[in-house]
Design a protein around this ligand. Sequence first.
Ligand SMILES: [Zn+2]
Length: 68
Amino acid sequence: MDVKCPICDTVNQINYHSPLAKRLRNRRKHLYLCPTCSERIEKKTKMRHATGNFKLYQEKKDDDPYIQ
Ligand SMILES: [Zn+2]
């Protein structure tokens, strides 16, 4: 079946009976990404994790001047 990468508009052919094709048919939200784009995104994600630049929950201290 034809699948189109939403990032670079590359159209690829994947096996209709492959697990990936099944997932794409069942879950409309699941996007197909061509190998090039998925690799790029994976790299980006890994880089973000490496630099520690992902949001961690930080407890916000209540700084109310009227309560001492
Ligand atoms: Zn792509």
